[in-house]
Each structure stands twice: as structure tokens, then as C-alpha cells.
Design a protein around this ligand. Structure first.
Ligand code: HEM
Ligand code: HEM
Length: 267
């Protein structure tokens, strides 16, 4: 038996077809309007700050022929740092830097906090990823001869960045305050103490005195959370400014060709 066909329900008047204002024939186009408003906001900000010039200068640069995947290692290191900073901020919301509570708070993050184990794992593994990437990036700039004139200063900033990254790994390692991190940090601060001239001073400074204790943990926490991340962020800013200003080095096998072109342009 055939079922009777039901009348089609009336098509509701879509948002697109509705007049923009009462009495106006033009249909409103919310997307278009939003885009226009967005452009106005961007224009308003740009008129007052000339921000677009800076963005164009930083991101829309010419790169030499032959630029390849090895050139992404610097940005990958930066991404690792940003990921460490973000996961670190979430960890800091639950972590307590006191000898009696540090271990318990780290255990609490892993066992009780929603996604805590995942975020802690990202931070822990991310620290190794950052160290590996920074080494690969350093090797790229070394083997491509990118440290030579006029980029020596960028290499020097890089050396400071790699040292600061080690400081982050060392200071972070103590924070969970378990047996492993406690004894590993005692060994590390003793090794520091064997350094010539500044050695004993440095290990006393790191420990916050002659003994390893509560002051050491607060000190490592402050260095890990504020001092060094701030320095790293500022130095990355200077590093990128120089990259944008000086341009990227061409790969060594195309260097002669690029140099020749530059010489021709200068004549
Ligand atoms: C702004 C940046 C950062 C903040 C706010 C931050 C914060 C923290 C906090 C609160 C902890 C303790 C929680 C825990 O032990 O799980 C921690 C641990 C740690 N951090 Fe960071 N961190 C930052 C960046 C880094 C970087 C750049 C590195 C290394 C390259 C690093 C390496 C470590 C390590 C190895 C631990 C011990 C992880 C564990 O064993 O659980 N952190 N960090
Ligand atoms: C947090 C660490 C670092 C970050 C975020 C970083 C970031 C970057 C980025 C994004 C670039 C441009 C693209 C590229 O060539 O990969 C670059 C270039 C460069 N970096 Fe780094 N870098 C870091 C550490 C280092 C280190 C440790 C060194 C060496 C000791 C170094 C030396 C250089 C040099 C010489 C250039 C210029 C490369 C060229 O002109 O071809 N950087 N860096």
C-alpha cells in the first residue's frame, strides 16, 4: 500500500535571506559584514601602530635558493620552548616548591589531576626534545657555515641559549624531588663545585648556601620558572631580529652562485 505523500514543510527563512535592517531589501551577509568589520579593526590598529610593516618585514622575507628542511630546525626548537612554557605554566598551577610537599604535589599531578600525567609527560619528554633539536639546529648552522660574517653575533646568542637550555634541564630535574632528582642534583652541584676559581662560588649559589635543602629547591624553582625562561624569550627575540635583518645563509653548495649574484647586484 502506498503511503500518502505529506505536504513539504515550509522552508524557514534563512539568516542569509533576512533583511539587514527593517525595511531594507538587501539581504544581510553576516560573514561579509564580519570580514569588513575585521578589516576595519586591523586598519584601525595599523594606522596607530604601523604593525603591518613590522609583520611584513619579519615574515615576508626572501630566502635563498636551495633552502630546505634543515632550515626548519630553529623554528622547531622555538616550538619546543613554547610547548615547555605552556605545559610548565599548567604544572606550576599544582606544583608546590617545598621539600615536604614537592614530591606529593608532583604525585598529585600524575595521579589525580585531569590530564595531569599527560601534561607532565609532555613537559618531561619535551625537555629532551628541545635539547635534541637545539643540537641539530646548532649542527645545521655550523655545517652550513652560517656562523661566519656577518652572523657571528647570532652564533654567540645561540651559545648563550644552549647554556640556558641546560640550566633549565638541570633546575627542572630537581623539582619532582624524588630520590633520583635529589641525588642527581647533589652530584651535579658537587661537579659544579670542582670548577676552577668560580666553581665553589657557583655551587654555593645554586644550593643557596653550603647545604642542600629547602633554599635549594626554592632557588631552583625561581630560576626554572622566571629567571631563565625570561632570558631565553628575550634572547630568542634578539636571535630572530638578527635572522630577519641579516637574511638566511644559502646552503654551501649554492653559496658561490648566491655570492656572485649579490656582487652583481652591488655593482
Ligand atoms: C616557562 C617555561 C617553564 C615553566 C613555567 C616550567 C615549569 C615547571 C614546573 C612547575 C615543573 C615541576 C612539575 C614536575 O616536576 O612535573 C617543571 C619540571 C621540569 N621542567 Fe620545566 N618549565 C619550563 C620550561 C622548561 C624547559 C625549557 C625545560 C628544558 C629544556 C624544562 C625541563 C623540566 C624538567 C626536566 C622537569 C622535571 C620533569 C619531571 O621529572 O616531572 N622546563 N617545570
Ligand atoms: C632556543 C634556542 C634557539 C632558537 C629558538 C633558535 C631559532 C632560530 C631560527 C628560527 C632561525 C632561522 C631559521 C633557521 O635557520 O633555522 C635561527 C637561525 C640561526 N641560529 Fe638559532 N635558535 C636557537 C639556538 C641557536 C644555537 C644554540 C645556535 C648556535 C650556537 C644558533 C645559531 C643560529 C645561527 C648562526 C642562525 C642563522 C642561520 C642562517 O643564517 O642560515 N641558534 N635560529
Amino acid at each position: 500500500m502506498r503511503l500518502p505523500t505529506l505536504p513539504k514543510p515550509p522552508i524557514p527563512k534563512s539568516f542569509q535571506d533576512a533583511p539587514s535592517r527593517p525595511g531594507e531589501a538587501e539581504p544581510a551577509k553576516p560573514l561579509e559584514q564580519a570580514k569588513e568589520a575585521g578589516i576595519h579593526v586591523a586598519g584601525w590598529v595599523d594606522e596607530r601602530t604601523s604593525l603591518s610593516g613590522g609583520i611584513r618585514w619579519l615574515f615576508f622575507r626572501k630566502v635563498p635558493k636551495g633552502t630546505n628542511w634543515f632550515y626548519t630546525l630553529g623554528s622547531a626548537t622555538m616550538f619546543a620552548f613554547v610547548s615547555q612554557a605552556l605545559t610548565g605554566i599548567f604544572l606550576a598551577m599544582y606544583y608546590t616548591p617545598s621539600p615536604t610537599q614537592a614530591y606529593e604535589s608532583a604525585r598529585h599531578i600524575t595521579n589525580d589531576v585531569f590530564l595531569g600525567e599527560f601534561v607532565r609527560g609532555m613537559h618531561k619528554w619535551g625537555s629532551s626534545v628541545m635539547v635534541i633539536l637545539i643540537f641539530l639546529h646548532m649542527a645545521r648552522t655550523f655545517f652550513f657555515g652560517a656562523y661566519k660574517y656577518p652572523r657571528e653575533l647570532n652564533w654567540i646568542i645561540g651559545v648563550v641559549l644552549v647554556i640556558l637550555t641546560f640550566v633549565m634541564s638541570l633546575t627542572g630535574y630537581l623539582l619532582p624531588f624524588d630520590q633520583r632528582s635529589y641525588w642527581a642534583t647533589i652530584v651535579a652541584s658537587n661537579i659544579n663545585g670542582t670548577g676552577p676559581l668560580v666553581g665553589p662560588f657557583l655551587s654555593d649559589f645554586l644550593r643557596g648556601g653550603a647545604d642542600f635543602g629547602a633554599t635549594t629547591l626554592s632557588r631552583f624553582y625561581a630560576i626554572h620558572m622566571m629567571l631563565v625562561p625570561g632570558l631565553i624569550a628575550a634572547l630568542i627575540g634578539a636571535h630572530l631580529y638578527l635572522v630577519a635583518k641579516l637574511g638566511t645563509t644559502a646552503p654551501p653548495w649554492l653559496r658561490a652562485e648566491t655570492d656572485e649574484k649579490l656582487r652583481e647586484e652591488r655593482v
